[in-house]
Design a protein around this ligand. Structure first.
Ligand SMILES: Nc1ncnc2c1ncn2[C@@H]1O[C@H](COP(=O)(O)OP(=O)(O)O)[C@@H](O)[C@H]1O
Ligand SMILES: [Mg+2]
Ligand SMILES: [Zn+2]
Length: 507
């Protein structure tokens, strides 16, 4: 007799459907699992047999074959145990198989029949939703994490017996109520108004937030670059619910969510140290796990002291910056992780930190300054629309009581500018100026003659490189949106030209 149960396997940060087929046939008693199982899945047999025995279900003395389909999907982990055990019991005729319809069943078994938590509760419930399942049966400890979307009933079970009794109808499991999430009105821990002076840098940050532009801050040590970066999220639009689910999946498979905090509700801010490996940054290992870029999905990736990062590490950033996702290929298969983030980077103007500042003389040799700046490759700079200089804040600015705008005030303007973009790009694959392709830039960033002339002259006079042209157009579009103007005007272009300091030839 053949029983089929819907289960799932983690692939990257999402879960894929796996059908657990259990067949009981006459023949010498045996138990085999087929369908590309890896280590922990193969051991499933041992756990399932022990658990069945220990909770008092005699395993029928038959030839038991468990097939995990599709066969070409690599399966790892122990999340199939519960489905396999229930399949054996059902194949033996103790449970009506019809009750498995429209249900996703996930859980690792202990030898005593208890159900252990598995990584990735959120991807599993999202799979259940995608498959149109009515319910997800999952271990008690995972259940709260899974009960964040209303469309799927989450059935928590503590052990195999509870699961069996649900299907026999002896004792139905009550679905867990949906956990309300509280993203609104959580007070920001930090606020832009705490940064004194630095009006120019704050404005650049506002433009970056309004158009989803990547930004690089250049300034001497202690000028407040890190402080500014940490406040970018406070002026960005709040996450939409689906965005929360996307970013929480990567956290969930790495075990960074919990029953108490099942969803990432605020824009993530990740700031990996410059010693991070390429695998740590973009993901890796075997099977591939998401890296910092995926934990920063829909949020901010802050690379402090950019030139200190290893070259190969900066190289691997190009794909996510371009595609908004990253694909990792291993012998065991390919995984694609979401990685659409806003890049914020900082650097000193030179190795000693004081080139071109009034604070103190630079002690670096000119070649040293050149080499330091040269560490950031052209292709990476190409993907950073805004460069802004952050000079040391003057003592007189530090000592006065701040009258600076709060993050919420700035956010109002950002939201307004984003709204304009969303309506303009209704029919496009992107919704923010910073995400425009070259073709889109030509269509949406038309300049009238005076603005065009200004830009041509600036490129010539300041010796800006060719790549500056399209960056300036995109940023001008955002500045016009912040200004509530349908057309890009000369003043908008002029401001955008000011955000290309690293494009000037020579240090
Ligand atoms: N504009 C500023 N307003 C208020 N405090 C500042 C400002 N700039 C720097 N500071 C103070 O100096 C410290 C160092 O700033 P930080 O952001 O780490 O500088 P950087 O990253 O540029 O080296 C901050 O923690 C803050 O206390
Ligand atoms: Mg810093
Ligand atoms: Zn120097």
């Amino acid at each position: 007799m053949l029983t089929t149960i819907t289960c799932g396997a983690l692939c990257g940060v999402s879960a894929e459907e796996v059908k657990v087929e259990v067949d009981l046939a006459l023949g010498l008693p045996a138990f085999s699992i087929v369908g590309l199982p890896e280590g922990a899945v193969r051991e499933s047999k041992v756990r399932v047999l022990a658990a069945l025995g220990n909770v008092g279900y005699a395993v029928p003395p038959r030839k038991i074959t468990v097939n995990l389909a599709p066969a070409d999907l690599k399966k790892s982990g122990a999340a199939f145990d519960l489905a396999i055990a229930l399949g054996v019991i059902a194949a033996a005729g103790m449970i009506e198989t019809a009750s498995f319809k429209q249900m996703l069943i996930i859980g690792e078994l202990g030898l005593d029949g208890s159900i252990r938590p598995v990584p990735g509760a959120l991807p599993y419930v999202l799979l259940a939703r995608a498959l149109g399942c009515q319910s997800l049966m999952i271990g008690e400890e995972n259940a709260r994490e899974a009960a964040v979307i209303g469309e799927v009933d989450v059935l928590p079970v503590a052990n195999l017996s509870e699961a069996v009794m649900h299907f026999t109808g002896e004792q139905l499991v009550t679905p867990l109520p949906v956990t309300p999430y509280l993203p609104e009105n959580v007070a920001n821990e930090v606020d832009l108004c705490e940064v004194k002076g630095q009006a120019h840098a704050k404005r650049a940050l506002e433009v970056a937030a309004a158009g989803a532009h990547n930004i690089l801050m250049i300034g001497p040590p202690g000028s407040g670059k890190t402080m500014l970066a940490r406040r970018l999220a406070t002026i960005m639009p709040p996450l939409e619910f689906e965005e929360m689910l996307e970013v929480s999946q990567a956290h969930s498979v790495l075990g960074l969510t919990s029953a108490a905090r099942p969803l990432i509700t605020a824009r993530p801010f990740r700031s990996p140290h410059h010693t991070v490996s390429d695998a740590g940054l973009v993901g890796g290992s075997n099977p591939p796990k998401p890296g910092e870029v995926s934990l920063a999905h829909n949020g901010i990736l802050f690379l402090d002291e950019l030139p200190e990062f290893r070259r190969n590490v900066l190289e691997v950033l190009r794909e996510p910056l371009e595609e908004g996702e990253i694909t990792i290929s291993r012998a065991s298969g390919r995984s694609t992780f979401p990685a659409s983030f806003n890049l914020v980077a900082s650097m000193n103007p030179c190795p000693c930190g004081y080139f071109g500042t009034d604070d103190r003389p630079c002690s670096c040799a000119p070649a040293g300054v050149e080499r330091y700046r040269g560490k950031i490759s052209g292709p990476l700079l190409d993907r950073i629309d805004i460069h802004v200089e952050v000079p040391s804040v003057r003592v007189k600015d530090l000592s006065v009581e701040s009258t600076a705008e709060s993050s919420n005030t700035v956010k109002e303007r950002v939201l307004n500018a984003r709204q304009r973009q969303v309506s303009r790009y209704k029919k496009e694959s992107f919704s923010a100026n910073g995400r425009m392709s070259l073709g889109a830039i030509n269509r949406f960033c038309k300049l009238e003659d005076p603005s065009r002339l200004l830009l041509e002259r600036a490129i010539e006079r300041l010796g800006l490189s060719a790549r500056a042209w399209s960056r300036i157009l995109k940023v001008s579009r955002t500045i016009a949106d912040l200004d509530n103007q349908p057309n890009i005007q000369t003043a908008h272009v002029a401001e955008a030209i000011g955000y290309r300091s690293l494009d000037r030839k020579g240090p």
